[in-house]
Design a protein around this ligand. Structure first.
Ligand SMILES: Cc1cc2ncn([C@H]3O[C@H](COP(=O)(O)O)[C@@H](O)[C@H]3O)c2cc1C
Ligand SMILES: O=C(O)c1cccnc1
Length: 335
């Protein structure tokens, strides 16, 4: 047996000899195994989690593809910093740290205390008529993300996003990366009605027709956003540091798909938190062979679903580290 095989079988034995019927802790067992494999330890550490929210604006917002105006991106950044957003509240609830990165919000830099400034531009260009960003901007966003994903000493990291119209960008990006139709990938985002949904899909179909088959990095530059590209880089950086990456909803999963297409080894660090209500999420998860942990009818983003999944990761590692074996506890095994 090779060393990795020996490790994997020792790990499976450790899980199987806990005081429970074989496999009775279901997904918590596979989660524990994933954490242990990633850290290369039978006693993995899973005590700390940080959420990073990447904020940026989107030129495609000018086409009326969101139910909300662009200025909400900037206003929500201040709400995150003030502690009043859903992500701020859930971070406190589950004991996760929170930081906010300006990846390219429209207008002038904030100059706000506590905000991390990594602005690639003042919002992307409108991808209906041309590329959202240059290849150089895309590479700069990925590089900034890789650095942010690798810093600190967190056991798990979660990534959230804020950017009005970014479900449109994520749908277009997902379409180019998977070839799945925009009829499937276009969703209601912040709450479009039926007519607005048809309009959004029409805009995205016209935008997608501008280009043919694209390589992953080109797809990201043509249709992505600064926050999406920076999040993809952060996922790569965190995975390279052998840190668990908790993937949030539709937009985060589009970023995860881009990250995996660019660097397939990133996939092993990823845990998929939840299935979003955004209709395209299911196919993006399938493209990653991902089975999310939760289904709570969330459709918010910000990293809210990722935060709610964090306690499950902690519990999985605690199970491996603290739960008694049949031998330890003097419990009789199966007949
Ligand atoms: C107040 C408010 C808070 C949010 N927090 C996250 N989003 C979410 O909604 C946006 C995506 O939806 P769409 O593509 O339809 O614009 C993103 O900013 C996302 O994070 C929010 C949206 C709003 C309005
Ligand atoms: O799933 C998400 O991330 C999502 C869905 C709708 C709006 N904003 C984000």
């Amino acid at each position: 047996m090779t060393a990795p095989d020996r490790f994997a079988s020792a790990l499976q034995r450790k899980i199987d000899f806990k005081t429970k019927p074989l496999g009775a802790l279901g997904r918590i067992e596979t989660l524990a195994a994933q954490i242990a494999m990633l850290q290369g330890s039978l006693t993995p550490r899973m005590k700390t989690c940080q959420l990073t929210i990447f904020a940026a604006d989107h030129g495609i917002a000018a086409e009326g593809v969101s139910a909300f105006p662009q200025e909400v991106t900037r206003q929500m950044v201040l709400n995150f910093l003030g502690g009043g957003a859903a992500a701020s509240v859930f971070a406190r609830s589950v004991g996760a740290a929170l930081r906010v990165v300006d990846a390219g919000v429209a207008g002038a830099p904030f100059g706000a205390e506590g905000l991390i400034e990594r602005r690639i531009g003042a919002g992307t260009a409108n991808f209906l008529t041309g590329a959202a960003m240059t290849e150089a901007q895309c590479q700069a966003a990925l590089a900034a993300g890789r650095e942010l994903g690798a810093d600190g000493d967190w056991d798990a990291v979660a990534f959230g996003e804020m950017g009005i119209a970014n479900t449109a960008a994520a749908a277009a990006l997902g379409h180019k990366l998977t070839g799945v139709g925009l009829d499937v990938l276009t969703g209601r985002g912040t709450g479009l009605d039926d007519a607005q949904l048809v309009h959004k899909r029409t805009v995205l179909e016209r935008a997608a027709a501008r280009t043919g088959d694209l390589a992953p990095a080109q797809s990201l530059a043509e249709y992505g956003g600064f926050e999406i590209a920076m999040m993809a880089g952060a996922m790569q950086g965190a995975a390279a540091a052998r840190r668990i990456v908790i993937v949030d909803g539709f937009i985060a999963t589009a970023a995860a798909l881009a990250a995996v297409r660019l660097a397939p080894e990133t996939r092993g660090a990823m845990v998929f938190a939840h299935r979003s209500e955004e209709q395209g999420h299911r196919v993006l998860l399938e493209a990653l062979s991902a089975e999310p942990l939760l289904a709570l009818n969330l459709r918010l983003g910000e990293g809210t679903g990722a935060l709610l999944a964090w306690p499950l990761l902690k519990a999985a590692a605690d199970m491996l580290n603290e739960m008694a074996s049949f031998e330890d506890a003097g419990v009789t095994g199966p007949v």
